[in-house]
Design a protein around this ligand. Structure first.
Ligand code: BES
Ligand code: ZN
Ligand code: ZN
Length: 444
């Protein structure tokens, strides 16, 4: 998708909301698109309408003209158009010859800069969706690291470390998950250090990037196992958000840490009953090798804090429990600090990404107590799975504000979502929210 800010011209298809149409209805002539939207016509409804308009032109391409009156409408139209124009058919033969869609946005002059900014952001949302949709035989941990390095951005450095380094660092939890895979694991570290960033703040962005999660020895059932290529969505979100923030030149220091491996089983795989030692020295008894995300995050969170992150936020497709709780719309999140949480809440509101805060409470901690080690990676409770995972992570976050986003339901969807005309697969969840969070820290 391309975006031009200008008045509509002759060959554009002019789009508008038609209150006589039922929600989701799209009527089309050569010069006009009328879309039925849900009431009230808030920015979310407008985002969906823009997505439907773009979707109706996706296969033929062309230019859609919209008029926007305020900042929220500009965001909704740019983002919605990108959602509707997105094509998950990366591996289809004719993918590269598919037509391009252009958005002609007629908006007050002072909003043109915002339109350009959001165009940058949605390009990175699309990139996160592409990463999620790439198959696991193509998007290996090494390929993900190569992708992170492929952005050439001002004031950004990217490094990645393999199996030997991970073991040498004492990252015994991450190393154990990677042990059963022939693919080289990667700890990907991106640093964005703009010269004008405020002192004393480094935003730590941590992501889970399991490029395929079979469950390991605690094997998952086969139904929809192919969706576990999307178990890297947290990593994709923080990598693409980092790139977007650097491209926008926001004055805030970032430290982005992505732990990437497959979780599969061979003769070297870790087992239920194993006891691992994480980089912070704590020992973990393995109950279930499918609860691997919290293990690599344990080491990645500790690394981010040790490397100077003052505020840490992690994104992970962590638990089936969260997707059962919230389905494919909201992500659930946790935070140990109410000031940080207020920033996150504000960022979520501005971005339009649906996010709902869940509780942390020390009384949940006993359910991840182990008889043999400092804690265990699963519990017999069979309830509150997402909360117990968050309590587990908390043990590795060191001192300081930390938040955890469990995006298991929202980041990779099994079926179409009519809002935003989302196709099955990656949604890019988190990129927009993280950019808004960085914006708040830049302004502070
Ligand atoms: N990657 C899964 C979580 C997941 C499930 C993401 C569904 C997206 C959709 C994670 O590694 C996992 O398998 N978690 C287990 C943990 C349990 C064994 C404690 C789960 O939620 O079942
Ligand atoms: Zn798993
Ligand atoms: Zn997983």
């Amino acid at each position: 998708m391309r975006v031009e800010t200008r008045e509509p011209s002759g060959s554009d298809v002019r789009a508008r909301i038609d209150s006589d149409l039922v929600a989701g209805d799209v009527r089309r002539t050569d010069t006009e698109l009328r879309i039925g939207a849900t009431a009230p016509l808030d920015d979310d409804a407008l985002r969906t309408a823009a997505a439907l308009a773009a979707r109706s032109l996706r296969s033929e391409g062309g230019t859609i003209a919209w008029r926007a009156e305020d900042a929220a409408q500009v965001r909704a139209i740019v983002e919605g158009t990108a959602f509707g124009a997105y094509d998950p058919g990366l591996f289809k033969r004719d993918y590269s010859s598919r037509p391009e869609l252009t958005l002609a946005l007629d908006a007050p002059a002072e909003l043109c800069e915002l339109a350009t900014r959001q165009t940058t952001v949605v390009r990175h949302v699309d990139a996160a969706r592409d990463l999620a949709n790439r198959p696991p035989n193509d998007l290996t941990p090494v390929a993900l690291a190569a992708h992170a390095k492929s952005h050439s951005l001002p004031h950004v450095t990217v490094e990645s470390h393999g199996r030997d380094w991970i073991e040498d660092q004492g990252m015994g939890a991450f190393a154990a998950v990677a042990a059963g895979s022939a693919e080289e694991p990667q700890l990907i570290v991106m640093r964005y250090e703009p010269p004008n960033a405020p002192d004393g703040v480094t935003l730590g962005l941590v992501g889970k990037a399991i490029t395929f999660d079979s469950g390991g020895i605690s094997l998952k059932p086969p139904l929809r196992m192919q969706d576990m290529k999307g178990d890297m969505c947290g990593g994709a979100a923080v990598i693409e958000a980092t790139a977007a923030i650097a491209e926008l030149g926001l004055p805030v220091r970032l430290l982005t840490v992505v732990a990437s491996t497959e979780n599969v089983q061979d003769g070297k795989a870790y087992r239920p009953g194993d006891i691992l030692r994480a980089a912070n020295g704590k020992t973990i008894e393995i109950i279930n090798t499918d609860a691997e995300g919290r293990l690599l995050l344990a080491d990645a969170l500790h690394y981010a804090r040790e490397s100077g992150a003052t505020h840490i936020i992690d994104f992970a497709t962590l638990t089936g429990s969260m997707s059962i709780a919230l389905g494919d719309l909201y992500a659930g999140w946790f935070a140990n600090d109410d000031d940080f949480a207020a920033h996150i809440d504000g960022a979520a509101q501005t971005s339009g990404e649906h996010a709902w805060r869940f509780p942390l409470h020390p009384r949940y901690r006993r359910y991840v107590d182990s008889d043999f080690a400092d804690m265990k990676n699963g519990s017999e409770l069979g309830e509150a799975g997402a909360v117990l995972a968050a309590e587990f992570l908390r043990e590795f976050t060191g001192e300081g504000p930390w938040a955890h986003f469990d995006i298991a339901g929202a980041a990779f969807i099994e079926r179409k979502r009519p809002d935003y005309a989302l196709d099955p697969g990656g949604t890019g969840y988190g990129v927009r929210l993280i950019v808004e969070l960085a914006q708040r820290f830049a302004a502070a």
